[in-house]
Design a binder for this molecule. Sequence first.
Ligand code: NAP
Ligand code: MG
Length: 478
Amino acid sequence: MATSFEYAPAPESRGVVDIASSYGLFIDGDFVDGSGGSFKTISPASEEVLADIAEATEADVDLAVRAARRAYTRVWSRLSGRERGKYLFRIARILQERAREFAVLESLDNGKPIKESRDTDIPLAAAHFFYYAGWADKLSYAFPGETDPKPLGVAGQVIPWNFPLLMLAWKIAPALATGNTVVLKPAETTPLTALLFAQVCQQADLPPGVVNIVTGAGETGRAVVSHPGVNKVAFTGSTEVGRLIARAVAGTDKKVTLELGGKAANIVFDDAPVDQAVEGIVNGIFFNQGHVCCAGSRLLVQESVADEVLARLKRRMRTLRVGDPLDKNTDIGAINSREQLDKIRALSEIGEQEGSERWSAPCELPTRGFWFAPTIFTGVTQAHRIAREEIFGPVLSVLTFRTPKEAVEKANNTPFGLSAGIWSDKGSRILWMADQLRAGVVWANTFNKFDPTSPFGGYKESGYGREGGRHGLEGYLR
Ligand code: NAP
Ligand code: MG
């Protein structure tokens, strides 16, 4: 289907960001040279090198943990909740003031479309700080019977690349609100907004050592979570690394929260409003290139409407614009890294070999950078790897069902349990389904909706502990 007109380019200006050629580690309130080497972070849309980043060694991590400990004992744990709250409000306001800068930087470093970093990532990150700022002086009311909850100490936090600043906010805001100090490691491919956040901490006059940012790869993450001076480990990432971490902290008295992978079912019944459901399917799997742990990567559609839903879905997918993340009209940006692209390609090839039928929206992909066209697989069975494994890309596996009971069985037939979606006109059916589904979050007639007041987290191999809401405080308190 040819579009009747073309969109003119509408690029957001890069001029609002000021990227240094190299960055050190943020320890004890200052940027310092690490004792190790460095690595480069690139723009996945162009493969352009953006900056040289220090790689924190075990010794650097040790310095950061010591700084966090000092700040904890001497300053942060002694401040009243009201005083801590002031700092959090200040950070939240600065994030809002500098939102455009953060959005452009996030899109450059991560590859996600500017309309998503601008409208989702950055506003939600600020909202998390506002929300937990509000809790800082009300902790004695948060849990019935628990009038004086105490912080844990130093939190070691490791986050992935899919929502760099937002995952940082999910980690740092509740930790600081409850009186803990932190050492955080951003993902290797997306360190820039965490480093800009470090500057925000300086701008907010946050006492030195309360927040420390150590950049690096998996080895740095390992050093953070296994440091004996860390009292709390918070990790978001793959189930595989989550297992390693669970093993590393077993037998210690560290408190742990793990937010891991998912393979969510997005379930469409025959009485669902079809166009709305199609938008929800698109948002469920193509939002953020499908690099979303709670992505609706398995579509379960009732057999009687499957043909119609698929026809309308394909029609909608033809209108998705893939390309320059900084263009305001872009719907789908770049895949975050070559490694991730290889993984998506490999699993998609396996899907074909196993007998599913592959369809990709016709689109012209840029020649440089890492790209993958929005893709669906039909004729998928539960035994197929693309129905079981997390692809973490813009790839949807379509399965059908006849009865609600069958939908529940198929939806729950996964080692994961992070999220699910239900599309139906019937309230009673939605409630019945939500009760049967083993998933931490169930969306009804919507998908991928996030709010700082609402707890988020998984069942089974999707991890344990909750982030967000009042529940998100628990992981940081004794
Ligand atoms: P990953 O490999 O598990 O990496 C996550 C973070 O852990 C990165 O900062 C990584 O460092 C670091 N890391 C790697 N090895 C480590 C080790 N041995 N010890 C400590 N830290 C280590 O996951 P990813 O490939 O970046 O992200 C994709 C995965 O994250 C997906 O499976 C997705 O489902 C999951 N995820 C889950 C949620 C959730 O809320 N449940 C949210 C987002 C993503 P480097 O990558 O820098 O080397
Ligand atoms: Mg990058």
